[in-house]
Design a protein around this ligand. Sequence first.
Ligand code: BGC
Length: 404
Amino acid sequence: MADKLARIQAAFNVTDEEVDRIADRFCQAMAAGLAGQFSPLKMLPSFLDKPQGSESGCYMALDFGGTNIRAVYVELLGGGQWRVVRKNSAPLKHLQGGYDYTGADTNAEELFDFIAEAIINTANPQRELLLGHTFSFPCRQLGINEALLINWTKEIRTAGVEGREVNRLLAESLNRQGGGGIKPCVVLNDTVGTLVTAAYDDPNADIGTICGTGHNTCYYDAERAMIINMESGNFDELPVTAYDRNLDELSEKPGQQRLEKMVAGRYLGALAGLIADDVFGAEFSRERITTEDLAAILNQQEGCFAAGEEWGLRQIAALVVRRSARLVAATFLGTVRFIDPLLTKQHTIAIDGSLYEKMPGYAGHIEATLNTATGKKTGQIKLRLTKDGSGIGAAIAAAIIARR
Ligand code: BGC
């Protein structure tokens, strides 16, 4: 067993050389995707520039990430400041409450009616109100307010949304529910919202990323004066193990989102479960260990699992978490190499997501990986936790549109 664990540890150890190689491949995939060549990176235009920092006024924001929806009524004060006036949040799946809007047996109309109701309850509109919509899935954008869902990710299966324009679905539901005064005017990815929020008061912010249930990164393309959503969760030029292949095969969309399945919160618990089954011959099953369990185990919380299981699980948790952070850091490095090959400028990477915020050691591993890779230029790349960036960013984006 010790031998087996040692072999797995070696397979999950992403060396400094591998970090460097992955960063290079990622950088090449960015160039290929932008040039319209075959690439795992979709490089989707957002039609959105960075904010100036002076945007102000009251806006509605909808943050639709896959686990919860959040409706937020925000007052932007300018100078990088804002105030949340009201907010409501609801899970998309609540089995005790008798609903699940994420399964294949519900449809687009049911899902968006549920969302519209939450928005109307939060907005309480006396007059017309512009709404920014953060929709955290890969979308082909035809314009700032027109986004077609390419495919669901994060195991969501709601029928009748793929291929459709999500802000039209939202506007129709708002009308049906008597909220026609609330006007969706922009749709953006959560990575884009996170970058926009950080850039509201930090001109060096040029990368936005989510390390949470899902994973993805966007960057500011100065040449195009536009933020590009890379959909980096689909990156696949990576050193995979048999466990990664197995998890991919068991997933809703085999072959897709390979990086995401190696790094994101939706999958890390299941991955640890598969490894534990193999090493200890236990029957953890994919659903028994969650990513929150991994955090508890690494926090040395007792009593989550049988004493005999705990030691082994802690080793496994440590290695999947460390690998996740190092892979993600390699893609950040690739992004910086693309924007600024000689690393002459300062870069702020705006990060949101539960994994980055709460998983013990995660932020430290990313930072250490970046520091080693940048050597003498350590400190040029800054990581900044941008909490609730996707909601606030949607309001800032609405303000950018209002100004236009
Ligand atoms: C989606 C991205 C999103 C990320 C983080 C991924 O599954 O494809 O659009 O940014 O999750 O929420």
